[in-house]
Design a protein around this ligand. Sequence first.
Ligand SMILES: C[S@@+](CC[C@H](N)C(=O)[O-])C[C@H]1O[C@@H](n2cnc3c(N)ncnc32)[C@H](O)[C@@H]1O
Length: 227
Amino acid sequence: MARRYTDELTQRDRFFFWEPPAEGPLDLSAPFGNDHPIHIEIGCGRGEFIAAKALQLPHVNFVGFEGKGKRLSAIMAKLDTERHANVRITRIFLDEKTVKRMPPASVECIYILHPDPWPKRRHHGRRLIQRPILDVLAWLLAPGGEVIVSTDHREYAEWIQREFAAHEAYEPLPVAPEPKNRIVTYFENKKRQEGFEPTHMHYKKGRCPDPRQTFCKKFGSKTFGGC
Ligand SMILES: C[S@@+](CC[C@H](N)C(=O)[O-])C[C@H]1O[C@@H](n2cnc3c(N)ncnc32)[C@H](O)[C@@H]1O
């Protein structure tokens, strides 16, 4: 019988593991017991980013979503119970339904680093970054909240830029070519060695230009938070 992903976790790892209820509201502050701002990472991979970013921003709570159970141990191994009290990892493939269980306008920043590019045209429908998830992420973001994205896949980068540009809830922000404190993830490093340079993208939840637009009609100006 297949081992459950949690079987791999040590007692120490379990400090960081958050198993939220399968149904009902998903309160991202619940595992921390404080009201610090929340940042989330979708697809933590092996955890380089969340482990380093949480040290850069100790007064922010970080929730990492990683869908693959076998990656959890690698993430936990980078976390220290004293220095990373502001980190929790959960084993969830984040989708629109799960995001809608979270409180609206409750997250300050969302990181999506090197999402799976699904390069074959027939698999493009599986790409994370497209209108349906951007709708609910805009709903989840606090007014002025930000999304930070990167990819080493040229065509997916163009796709991502088109999807954000077509969405009325987001405005692009300038990206410094190589900010000093930028954290290089496992996948970025691997792809750089294969000769693929990453594209970094940065967006802000802006004011909705016209409340009659589809987004505001669907989610209501109150929950959008920026209208
Ligand atoms: C290509 S890897 C990149 C990992 C890491 N961000 C990095 O840069 O090294 C993509 C990761 O995202 C995870 N993933 C993909 N879709 C996800 C989703 N909807 N929710 C949570 N994790 C997801 C995959 O399991 C995989 O570990």
